[in-house]
Design a protein around this ligand. Structure first.
Ligand code: PHB
Length: 392
């Protein structure tokens, strides 16, 4: 007999979405089991982007002192768009009355893991989900292997797939591990982490004839920067001096503060939305449900917006026996997901130089950039989307 763990909600994946969901469910008295194939250390040290919308920060505030976003993170009231050698600031508070916070995802994860363990959450690392079964019954199951490779099952009243872009749970919802709307881009980002002071107080999103660059930050002494590259680029192909050259030529007008580069990675650009987000008693949230290119800084925020909707829907289902909010979960989540898909695609196409761009394309793009920054409405559209649409 395979050992069986019983709970109300089984959550596959201990990223921001899965962990926050367990917190919101616990707050209304619904127990859950969260599993993740990675170790705690791996989860807490994987480098990811770090822009949090105001609504995301407010939801993290419900963790109390465990959330350090307001003490360790930094509030950013604007970003700079740079093109044709000039910078244009987009001021969020004056345009839309909101701001964003720079607080890297692994810091959010450290806060969430500590808070969940302190609350007694059943949270298991090193546990691999092999499949999700019986979605269309009222006892769906996760077939898993524990950290020692021993098989076991989790039987629940509901299963949530928050297991990222290579989701195992997705197959139980869409019928295949890939089923979705998909787009790939002909470029990627070469990302670096370096030991240096910040080169700018705010993020710079720069369009230049040599391609795009983003100057971001991590702390007073560590900086994160990216430049547009070919998706097949080998991270070892550049010397440190060449990396600084590539970055520097894409941000004319700013002298970058250089320092030792201690991490390099290539981020591929993809847009993806699963064909379905719900089947019976299995739902998808976060990257299991959708992927966006990083230019709009939407990934984690979108995951957390899904979770907010799903937590309410599961509360109605499991506490009041009301299935209606769950039935409308896909439609309500997709409303925001497709807006964010559009924004992420738009920021990407607005700022990058496509490998096959003609002179016409290049001049048209500058025309588009000017129509955004020279219009209160254009800047407000960008600010509204970047800081996050209010939760519906
Ligand atoms: C980051 O700091 O890693 C970052 C910031 C903004 C983005 C993407 C990545 O749009």
């Amino acid at each position: 007999m395979t050992p069986t763990v019983r709970t109300r909600v089984a959550i596959v994946g201990a990223g921001p979405a899965g962990l926050l969901l367990s917190h919101l469910l616990d707050a209304v008295g619904i127990p859950s089991v969260v599993i993740d194939q990675r170790s705690r250390d791996e989860i807490e040290s994987t480098i990811r982007a770090g822009i949090l919308e105001q609504g995301t920060v407010e939801l993290l505030d419900t963790l109390g002192d465990a959330s350090r976003v307001r003490t360790v993170g930094n509030r950013h009231d604007g970003i700079e768009l740079r093109f044709a050698g000039e910078g244009h600031r987009i001021d969020f508070p004056s345009l839309v009355g909101r701001a964003v916070w720079l607080y890297p995802q692994h810091e959010v994860l450290k806060d969430l893991i500590a808070a969940r363990l302190a609350a007694g959450q059943d949270l298991r690392f090193g546990v691999t989900a092999e499949s999700v079964q019986d979605a269309e019954t009222d006892r769906p199951r996760v077939i898993a292997r524990d950290a020692d490779g021993q098989p076991f099952e989790i039987e629940a009243e509901f299963v949530v797939g928050s297991d990222g872009s290579r989701s195992v749970a997705r197959a139980a919802v869409t019928g295949s591990s890939t089923g979705g709307y998909f787009r790939e881009y002909p470029f990627a980002w070469f990302g670096i982490l370096c030991e240096a002071p910040p080169s700018s107080d705010e993020l710079i999103y720069s369009n230049s004839p040599d391609g795009f660059a983003l100057i971001s930050q991590r702390s007073a002494s560590v900086q994160r920067m990216y430049f547009q590259c070919d998706p097949e680029t080998d991270t070892a192909a550049y010397s440190e001096a060449q990396l600084w050259d590539e970055l520097q030529k894409r941000v004319p007008g700013t002298t970058l503060k250089e320092g030792p580069i201690f991490q390099r990675d290539v981020l591929r650009f993809r847009s993806f939305v699963a064909h379905e987000l719900l089947r019976g008693r299995v739902a998808l949230v976060g990257d299991a449900a959708h992927t966006v290119p990083p230019t709009g800084a939407k990934g984690m925020n979108l995951a957390i917006a899904d979770v907010r909707l799903l937590a309410d829907a599961l509360g109605a289902l499991l506490l009041d026996g009301d299935a209606r909010p769950l039935e409308t979960y896909p439609e309500r989540a997709l409303h925001r997901i497709w807006k964010a898909q559009h924004f992420s695609w738009w920021m990407t196409s607005l700022l990058h130089v496509a490998p096959d761009a003609t002179d016409f394309d290049r001049r048209r793009q500058l025309g588009e950039l000017r129509s955004v920054v020279e219009s209160d409405h254009g800047r407000a559209y960008l600010a509204e989307a970047y800081t996050g649409w209010p939760q519906s």
